[in-house]
Design a protein around this ligand. Structure first.
Ligand code: EPU
Length: 409
């Protein structure tokens, strides 16, 4: 099986550029189903999840059926479902797969479509071991006033896209406020949609009653804010000086505030940041939150940082209930992390880390393991790298260019 072999202890330095944002590109690609002519997409990251989304969209037939095997492989396969339902009046789809970081239900999608007049067949049927849902809105979807019980990023994106083709206006309440939602709304609006309020908790969409959008304006993927934040952490741990290009510093402001509190020096301008390794950093507490709070996707890389800081850092994961399991592997590398409950861990540092054989559990923890391996003594082997390639473009090559000793075997 493919894996990475990493020799720890190399001094890193130089320049690294952040790739296009996966989580922004995925909903934008799904929204192409709302268009008459497919719009152009630029600066998409060359990663597995984007390939899967393109394959999934090409697999959709005239009756709104999608390839179930592709769909069940990744969580974002839920994104085209609303647009298909709005366009074809019918859709069947499997429970989406993806990173094992918690239960990851889809109830907010189902109740949202129901609020817009869709009928969801219950119970979902089982086909070849897969749970298959079927939804129907033969007379077309109607605008609704819908409140999310919990803020959901893809839930907000999914309902926003669905409402673009509905009859009448839709108001979505308790929406997520992540930048990816604003990028999507801007893209749709530049192509004739009428979405207001994206980036706040209340979004309004004027529906087009089935009238598709013209594909005039292209989508240009913004920098991936999670990759940007991960590179900041990597620089703070291992670089003589690292210049991070194609970064929007305001999108990682809660991370930089914490790193600065820990003692890291960061210089930043409009679209670059400079960071270097600091000998002594101090422990800080982190609590993951919806944007603009500290991103759950940066929690695992931050825990690696905390292993090198002096004192006890409390890591409180509030978004997902299964996102601290990777800490057992960091402990095998020499970290001192105590799991208090499924949501809270205490990292006591600093502790030296040692190379080990690891398996990437999900794409963000996988990259965190790569960082841990880069600062560890000796050699590490990281398996299940499909999980890393899903979200990070040619990561081994790009890290080699800043001095890392990584082989893809
Ligand atoms: N939730 C429900 N019901 C639902 C949907 C979500 O209860 O129907 C709950 C979840 O269980 C979770 C919370 O709502 O506790 C928030 O989850 P959210 O729906 O916002 O997550 P998501 O949209 O599935 C996106 C990103 C994730 C990122 C989260 C949180 C994409 C494609 N994925 O997932 O990114 O961790 O938001 O910011 O945008 C990654 O890129 O590695 C990744 C996992």
């Amino acid at each position: 099986m493919p894996h990475f072999l990493i020799q720890g202890g190399c001094a890193l330095g130089g320049e690294i550029s952040v790739s296009g944002s996966k989580n922004s590109a995925l909903p934008a690609l799904a929204s192409s189903l709302l268009f008459k002519d497919k719009p152009e997409f630029h600066q998409l990251p060359d990663i597995e999840d984007i390939k899967r989304m393109n394959e999934l969209i090409s697999s959709i037939d005239l009756e709104g059926k999608m390839d179930m095997e592709i769909a069940k492989r990744f969580r974002a396969s839920i994104l085209p479902v609303g647009p298909i339902l709005a366009r074809h009046g019918v859709v069947s789809f499997p429970h989406p797969g993806g990173c094992v970081i918690g239960a990851r239900p889809i109830d907010v999608f189902l109740s949202g479509w129901e609020a817009m007049g869709a009928k969801i067949k219950t119970p979902a049927k089982t086909e070849g071991g897969n749970l298959i849902y079927e939804a129907e809105a033969k007379g077309g979807l109607k605008g609704a006033d819908y409140a999310f019980k919990t803020q959901s990023v893809t839930g907000t994106e999914g309902m926003m896209m669905t409402a673009v083709l509905a009859k009448g206006g839709t108001t979505l309440r308790n929406c997520a406020m992540e930048p990816e939602i604003t990028y999507l709304a801007d893209f749709l609006n530049r192509n004739g949609a009428r979405v207001t309020g994206a980036g706040t908790t209340t979004i309004h969409i004027e529906g087009r009653e089935g009238k598709l959008l013209p594909g005039r304006e292209p989508f240009v993927a913004p920098p991936d804010r999670i990759e940007a934040g991960t590179f900041l952490i990597l620089g703070a741990l291992a670089a003589d000086e690292l210049l991070i290009k194609n970064i929007f510093p305001e999108e990682v402001a809660s991370l930089t505030a914490l790193l600065k509190e820990a003692g890291v020096e960061i210089t930043q301008e409009k679209n670059f940041a400079l960071v270097k390794k600091i000998k002594k950093t101090k422990a800080v507490h982190v609590k993951t939150k919806e944007y603009p709070g500290f991103a759950t996707d940066l929690q695992a890389p931050f825990a690696v940082f905390a292993t090198q800081a002096e004192g006890q850092s409390l890591i409180h994961e509030t978004i997902f209930e299964g996102r601290l399991a990777y800490t057992a592997d960091l402990n095998r590398m020499g970290a001192n992390i105590s799991l208090m409950d499924p949501h809270r861990a205490i990292v006591s540092g600093p502790t030296p880390l040692y190379g080990r054989k690891l398996e990437s559990p999900d794409l963000r923890a996988g990259l965190a393991f790569m960082i841990a391996a880069l600062i560890a003594e000796g050699e590490s082997q990281i398996g299940n790298i499909y999980q890393i390639d899903r979200g990070h473009e040619r990561i081994d090559e790009r890290l080699r260019a800043i001095g890392a000793d990584i082989k893809r075997i």
